[in-house]
Design a binder for this molecule. Structure first.
Ligand SMILES: *[C@@H]1O[C@H](CO)[C@@H](O)[C@H](O)[C@H]1NC(C)=O
Length: 312
């Protein structure tokens, strides 16, 4: 990489969340638990939806894809953070740092587009039920999916193109447990005011814009459900509220990082735990425990597995 030549910093050092041993131990235990539970939960969702023909509908395909994205997302920063917790010197190479930033932004933006697609899917299902199968055809779903990944990668590339060539010559300490742009830009030894502005515009606008779009579409859907309130509306409301909880949990911390003018407080470091661990873990909890069809499908899957075991 060309940027390496004129930068004298070859690695960055994380301060991590805490230095005190009494906190590190529970932190380690909880992060491991949340990470493993999140991976398992999302895997169960993907397997259940893939193996159960009752769940072969656009809504569940999108949900399975959300689970895949969540597994990616929590595997970018969480394993490294867990691995680092007890280390005195928590270092990451320049390339490692850039890679982390690239994937958090690519996967994060893909997740945003996917959440918008899921809202659109509910909008069509509830407001235009007669056209649902024609609008949300398998081809259309695939198209949305590919779009979300392309948007993610383009968004991430645009930001990194400017960062890769920045000179880093001075301090290399990041008060965080993962690499992200606002903090990294502060370490560059040139004036990065314009770049910081670009990050706020790029990441901030995307997250706030998507959030506003989602809130408006959910208000619209809720209004429609309320107007035509009948037998099916309870089920619709429970699906919608699950979506809304996920959206708020995912976007809340992100909007705070990228629109807050100065990343000097410690608050955003702790908020980052939400997006790194809790949201990927909560998605399966919210979607499966509140969803009767998912629960039934998991039961069917378990009894099928038990059946195979008896045969072999
Ligand atoms: C993701 O969505 C596509 C398009 O609907 C679907 O074909 C695919 O099976 C989904 N992926 C998973 C893991 O379910």
């Amino acid at each position: 990489m060309d940027g390496m030549n004129h930068s004298t910093v070859s690695e960055f050092v994380f301060l991590g969340l805490t230095n005190s041993w009494e906190i590190q131990l529970p932190l380690f235990v909880f992060s491991c638990l949340f990470y493993l539970a999140g991976m398992m939960g999302n895997l169960v969702i993907v397997f259940t939806i893939t193996l159960d023909v009752h769940l072969h509908s656009p809504m569940y395909f999108l949900l399975a894809n959300l689970s895949v994205i969540d597994m990616f997302f929590c595997s970018i920063t969480a394993p490294k953070m867990i691995y680092d917790i007890f280390k005195k010197h928590k270092a990451i190479s320049f390339c490692g740092c850039i890679t982390q930033i690239f994937f958090t932004h690519a996967v994060g933006a893909a997740e945003m587009v996917l959440l918008i697609t899921m809202a659109f899917d509910r909008y069509v299902a509830i407001c235009k039920p007669l056209h649902y199968l024609t609008i949300m055809s398998p081809r259309m779903c695939l198209y949305f999916l590919v779009t979300s990944w392309i948007v993610g990668f383009i968004h991430s590339l645009i930001q990194l193109v400017f960062v890769v060539d920045l000179p880093f010559c001075g301090p290399n300490v990041l008060d965080s447990f993962y690499c992200d742009l606002p903090r990294l830009l502060r370490l560059a030894c040139t004036n990065t005011l314009e770049l910081e502005f670009m990050v706020i515009v790029n990441s901030g606008l995307i997250s706030v814009g998507s959030f506003v779009l989602l809130v408006i579409s959910y208000i619209f859907i809720l209004f429609t459900v309320w107007k035509h309130s009948s037998g099916g509306s309870y089920k619709a409301l429970s699906t919608l509220s699950a979506h809304i909880i996920v959206v708020v949990l995912f976007f809340g911390p992100l909007m705070f990082f990228y629109t807050w003018p100065s990343p000097t407080s410690h608050l955003d470091k702790y908020l980052a735990i939400f997006d790194a661990f809790i949201t990927p873990f909560l998605n399966p909890v919210i979607y499966t425990f509140r969803n009767k069809e998912m629960k039934m499908a998991i039961k069917r899957l378990c009894s099928r597995l038990g059946h195979y075991r008896k045969i072999s």
